[in-house]
Structure formats: structure tokens, C-alpha cells
Design a protein around this ligand. Structure first.
Ligand code: MRU
Length: 356
């Protein structure tokens, strides 16, 4: 049965997503940590815009938001099979155009398309609406469960009194709730380990300084914000026990696309003999993409690099690149932690074994 309670969230964990009786509700992450503003959505064009503009961000959260956003839109589709199907295909295309790198978006929409088509053919539009809503809620609920499971597995890799470096935000805010990389951090803390976290500030969108610091501090976990260019010095001084990051897409050979700067951190970790862990659900693994070279990498507006709010940080009219993600070769990754097991070291065989 589909639960319809107002502002429903899963589990007791904090989530950046809510489902309010047929409407998607998102915490506007652009405004954190200063303001906590929740926005309501019922139209796929607006949900696609929210994903593009990063009201919601982080690979699993984007997948959950797209699935729920489509379900909300579908509740307003016409009741005839043809009209429903036309609207469904239009909205799936719209949502797919929002951001290219995180594979969870495409994974969630493909699951939604399958379930809606089947219900539509067999039982009609009303059943398709219900099926979309039920499956979207399941995708969200399963994502939280996956985060908890990978947290438990990943926590075993974290030594007592560890100082963990993380990049970007792969926390509750980036998922259905709890987090992937920060799920590992949370589970290690919950198991009683005395841990500390260094959060790379993560230029240009500052997911580390604004979001990772916000959610870890809120959870009572010791967090220190550091500039991205401090990572090498911290490792050189022996201050980092291990790195744990999330992923936007993992290729079949174990190459990992994640926030720009991740590759730099992984290369430094290798140089200093610091273990480099990636935590991600299996919905982030894309067996259809053989290596990292084939992963589509998003480039975002230059204004994100040149401005903070209305303040210009660079002269006008200079060239600017804003490559949003990079690819860390599998050989730099110590292990990939998923909800069902750990690929250590990551390879085509160890990754495939997790997907069987
Ligand atoms: O541009 P963003 O903020 O969507 O990028 C997010 C990341 O790169 C995360 O590390 C990744 O999506 C994993 S989130 C669990």
C-alpha cells in the first residue's frame, strides 16, 4: 500500500527529500548552510530544472528525486492510455536531459518507464499512476537501506581514531538519506570509533564547506573544513588515515567518476600510501560503460567559478572552464564499497561479482 502521510520521510534518518501527498518536496541545497528552505514540485519541467540548478544534487538523491518527480507529474496526466504514454515519454526525456554524469538518474527513470508501461498496457492509466508512485517510494526507501548496509561494510575498513578525508558531499544530503561516503563515516561513529573528518571545501560549488560540514556538525561528528589545495600537505604530514568519497558513475572496469578534484585526491593518496575508498550503491555502477573514458562529463556554467553570489572573483572576459566531474582510474582506488559487498581491489571481475 502506498503511504500518503504528509511530509513522509524514511527511517529516522535525515533526508533532503519528502513526499507530501502526491507532491515532491526538496530541501534547496543552494541555500545551505544559511537557510533551510523546502520547495514543492508537481511538474517534470520544474523537477528537471531543480536537478539542473542543483536544488537537489548527489547521484542517488538525483535518482530518487527524478523517480518521485515523475510520479508526481504522472498523477496529473490524462486518463487515456495514449495521452498518458505521450506525457510519460516527454517527461522522461526532459528529466534525462537535466544532468549527464550521475547514472542513478537514468537508472531510476528506466525503472520507472518499465513499470509504468507494463501497468499501462495491462491495467490502464490509474494503475500506471499508482505503480509509478509505489516504485518511486521503493527506490527512495531502498536507497536509504543501501546506504545503511554500505555504511556497515565500510565502517569495518575504518581504523579506530581515524582521520578521514572526504571530497564533495556524499552524505544524507546527496542520497535518499544517511549517505554513501558519509554513511561509512556515520556507521563508524555509531559503532563507537573515535573518528574525525576533513571536508575538502570542494570548489566551485562548495559542497564540502557548505553541505558536508553542515550535516556532520548537525550529527555531532567532528569535522574540519580544509581548502582543496591542502589535501597534499595534510597527507604529507601523516594527518590522514584514509580517504572516503562517493561516486556519480562507476564504469565496468572500476574507474570512478566523481566530483572534480577527486582524481587529484586519489593520486595524492597513492603517493602517500593512504587508502582511498569509494562508497556507492550498485545503482551507480554502469556495466554498459566499459571504462571511465566513456563516461559523459558535465561542464557547468562558468559563473559558478567566477562568482560567489554577486561578487566577481575573476576579471570579466577571461576564459573559464567548469568541468564538474573527473575520472579516477581503478588502479588508484583501494576498494569500492557497495550495499552487498566490497570490491577490493576494483576490477572488471570484482565489480561484476557484485552485480550478479
Ligand atoms: O555536482 P554534485 O554535487 O551533484 O556532485 C556530487 C558528487 O560528486 C558526489 O560525490 C556523488 O554524487 C556521490 S553522492 C552520494
Amino acid at each position: 500500500m502506498v503511504a500518503k502521510d504528509a511530509l513522509m520521510t524514511w527511517d529516522s534518518v535525515f533526508s533532503p527529500i519528502k513526499w507530501d501527498a502526491g507532491r515532491l518536496v526538496l530541501l534547496d541545497q543552494r541555500l545551505l548552510p544559511e537557510q533551510e528552505v523546502w520547495r514543492h514540485y508537481e511538474d517534470a519541467t520544474d523537477v528537471a530544472e531543480a536537478i539542473r540548478k542543483m536544488v537537489v544534487r548527489g547521484a542517488p538523491a538525483i535518482g530518487c528525486a527524478a523517480a518521485l518527480g515523475l510520479a508526481a507529474a504522472a498523477l496529473r496526466y490524462p486518463d487515456d492510455v495514449e495521452g498518458f504514454n505521450r506525457a510519460l515519454m516527454r517527461d522522461i526525456e526532459l528529466l534525462k536531459q537535466s544532468r549527464p554524469t550521475a547514472v542513478n538518474l537514468f537508472w531510476a527513470l528506466e525503472h520507472q518507464q518499465l513499470v509504468a508501461r507494463q501497468a499501462l498496457e495491462e491495467l490502464g492509466a490509474d494503475a500506471a499512476k499508482q505503480a509509478l508512485e509505489q516504485q518511486a517510494l521503493k527506490i527512495w526507501r531502498d536507497d536509504v537501506a543501501s546506504c545503511r548496509a554500505m555504511g556497515r561494510l565500510g565502517a569495518e575498513l575504518i581504523p579506530e581514531r581515524a582521520c578521514i578525508l572526504t571530497h564533495c558531499n556524499a552524505g544524507a544530503l546527496a542520497t535518499g538519506g544517511y549517505g554513501t561516503a558519509l554513511g561509512v563515516v556515520r556507521a563508524a561513529a555509531e559503532s563507537g570509533k573515535q573518528i574525525r573528518v576533513y571536508a575538502d571545501e570542494t570548489r566551485p560549488f562548495l559542497q564540502g564547506a557548505r553541505l558536508t560540514a553542515w550535516e556532520l556538525h548537525k550529527s555531532g561528528i567532528d569535522v574540519t573544513v580544509s581548502c582543496d589545495n591542502m589535501a597534499g600537505a595534510l597527507m604529507q604530514r601523516g594527518e590522514i588515515s584514509c580517504c572516503v568519497v562517493g561516486a556519480d558513475r562507476i564504469a565496468a572496469n572500476g574507474d570512478v567518476a566523481n566530483k572534480i578534484g577527486t582524481y587529484m585526491v586519489a593520486a595524492l593518496a597513492k603517493r602517500h600510501g593512504v587508502p582511498f575508498y569509494v562508497a556507492a550503491p550498485r545503482s551507480t555502477i554502469d556495466l554498459g560503460t566499459p571504462t571511465g573514458a566513456e563516461i559523459p562529463i558535465e561542464e557547468r556554467p562558468s559563473r559558478e567559478v567566477t562568482h560567489i553570489g554577486d561578487t566577481a572573483l575573476a576579471p570579466e572576459a577571461v576564459g573559464v572552464r567548469n568541468i564538474a566531474f573527473d575520472v579516477t582510474p581503478a588502479e588508484l582506488v583501494t576498494a569500492i564499497v557497495t550495499e552487498v559487498g566490497v570490491a577490493q581491489p576494483p576490477s572488471e571481475q570484482s565489480i561484476r561479482a557484485l552485480m550478479d
